[in-house]
Design a protein around this ligand. Structure first.
Ligand code: ZN
Length: 78
């Protein structure tokens, strides 16, 4: 007896909208152990004589856990 072969159902091709990704800082809270993300502030320097653009992302000096509200001073991880 022949059974019709079933094709695995394919996901319909989805229109993909473009979304902007941005830099963020993260820390693991010592109080509750949860992961926090902080949006970075991107600064773009003006073009200088050599046409270079300096990009850097600022980080906050103080952060607070959004889950347990514990506050921290920040330092960059090595
Ligand atoms: Zn916490």
């Amino acid at each position: 007896m022949e059974t019709p072969e079933k094709k695995p159902e394919q996901e319909p091709e989805q229109e993909r909208e473009k979304i902007e990704v941005h830099s963020a800082w993260m820390f693991d809270c010592n109080g509750c152990g949860r992961e926090n993300f902080i949006r970075g502030v991107r600064r773009e320097a003006m073009q200088d004589m050599e046409g270079l653009v300096n990009l850097y992302v600022l980080y906050p000096r103080e952060v607070a856990c959004k889950f347990c509200t514990k506050k921290y001073e920040t330092e960059l991880s090595g």
